[in-house]
Design a protein around this ligand. Structure first.
Ligand code: SAH
Length: 342
């Protein structure tokens, strides 16, 4: 059966027309699901009993079950969801002073093979559907009885390797008649799939693009991220410049600092010269050491020195707070080890 959450509002209207129903009925159902957070067709009381039956016969609601929930000392929560086909995904909820932010997964496993990331070594199983991406948000809102205001595609998976479903999920999340989260509150992070950056630029959605840069020379970046052998730094930064030109939006660069690897002042200098003139922001991430990983976190004073150098040379840089590290929920720590425990 079809998952009703896989459809954006226009597509759902078309589905309803195929079922012999008026398009405004689709809008009513959309509001039940995303505004009212209803999980049962039977409770959609402004629809006829006949239509409710029809919906039950044609669509599933895709309601995730929580397999495991962990809470960190800073209040960050990590959920392991059952995707209803024997697989599981991780989602993280963070509380900031401006509201709740959710970090969603876009795939079950990842193909990118970044050497410092805990998703590496996990077998890639499949991409998530749009409905499964959206359901992560709904399931957390239901569980916590909250309204989420920010969403980042920084969980497991490469969002631009699941382009269509991610873009469609954003259309659902963004719709004022749906979850109504403004595109400015939605970020996509990519390891740098260049052609998809161009596609995204032409999509006319105002979400924020984050680029996982992490190094300033091809040699170093390739040693950390195999994708660099396909699209090198020059091609990636050209795509970023074009993205800025097309969308008029600032790009965010992620740079995970690993001791004695990419964290000295020479790297900072090179970063300044690479990013000079671009409307951008650099997010410095103290690298999280993964099991058997060779990269270890830079010293705090070095991270601060690196940030200060960038800021003094015209590049806006901030250090990302490490939320949820005691439950393996910090950036890049999500992995399937939990799966073995249930
Ligand atoms: N595939 C996407 C999103 C994945 S993770 C991407 O590559 O951007 C989100 C961010 O966490 C990325 O910038 C990723 O490079 C970073 N990351 C992964 N592992 C990390 C680790 N061990 N420590 C710090 N950051 C990490």
């Amino acid at each position: 059966m079809k998952n009703i959450k896989d459809y954006n509002l226009n597509e759902l209207k078309e589905e309803f027309i195929k079922l012999g129903e008026k398009p405004f009925r689709a809008e009513q159902v959309f509001k039940w699901i995303y505004e009212q957070k209803e999980i049962n067709f039977d409770n959609m009381t402004n629809l006829s009993l006949e239509l409710r039956e029809k919906l039950k016969n044609n669509f599933t609601m895709c309601i995730f079950k929580i397999i495991k929930k962990q809470e960190a000392s800073d209040g960050t929560k990590k959920y392991l969801f059952d995707t209803l086909d024997g697989n599981a995904i991780e989602t993280v909820l963070m509380k900031y002073h401006h509201g709740y932010s959710i970090c969603v997964s876009s795939q079950i496993g990842c193909k990118m093979g970044c050497k410092f990331c805990a998703s590496t070594g996990i077998k890639f199983i499949r991409s998530l559907t749009s409905g499964e991406i959206v359901e992560q948000l709904l399931a957390v809102e239901r569980e916590e009885n909250i309204k989420i205001s920010n969403i980042v595609f920084m969980g497991i998976g490469e969002p631009l390797d699941n382009y269509d479903n991610v873009v469609n999920a954003i259309k659902i999340i963004n719709n004022p008649k749906g979850l109504n989260i403004g595109a400015r509150h939605i970020s996509i992070s990519t390891s740098g799939i260049v052609p998809k950056i161009y596609d995204l630029a032409n999509e006319n959605i105002q979400c924020t693009l984050s680029i996982s840069l992490h190094a300033t020379t091809d040699e170093k970046r390739s040693s950390m991220m195999p994708i660099n052998d396909v699209y090198n730094i020059e091609q990636l930064l050209q795509a970023c410049k074009d993205y800025i030109k097309i969308t008029n939006k600032r790009i965010s660069f992620e740079y995970a600092l690993a001791k004695d690897n990419n964290d000295n002042i020479e790297d900072a200098k090179k970063l300044v010269s690479l990013l000079k003139g671009m409307i951008c922001h650099v997010n410095l991430i103290p690298i999280n050491k993964i099991e058997n990983g060779k990269y270890i976190k830079s010293d705090n004073e070095n991270i601060i020195k690196f940030r200060d150098y960038l800021n003094e040379h015209g590049i806006v840089a901030t250090i990302r707070r490490e939320l949820g590290s005691d439950i393996d929920a910090a950036c890049g720590q999500l992995r399937r080890k939990n799966l073995n425990n249930y």
